[in-house]
Design a protein around this ligand. Sequence first.
Ligand SMILES: [Zn+2]
Length: 57
Amino acid sequence: MTKRRNCPLCKKPVAQEFQSFCSRGCRDKDLLKWFGEDYSVPGEPAMIPDPEADGLD
Ligand SMILES: [Zn+2]
C-alpha cells in the first residue's frame, strides 16, 4: 500500500525521516531553491534614514 517515492533531486529512495527526500542535504537544497526563487529574503534593511543624524555635524 505504501507508495515508495524517490527523492525529487537525486532520485534516490527517500528516507522516512526526511519525508520526501533522501537526505537532509536534498531537503535543504529544495527549501533553498524555493526560498531563492520566489521569496525575497527580508534580511536587514540596507539603509535606514536616521532623522537624528540629519544636521548633526
Ligand atoms: Zn536526494
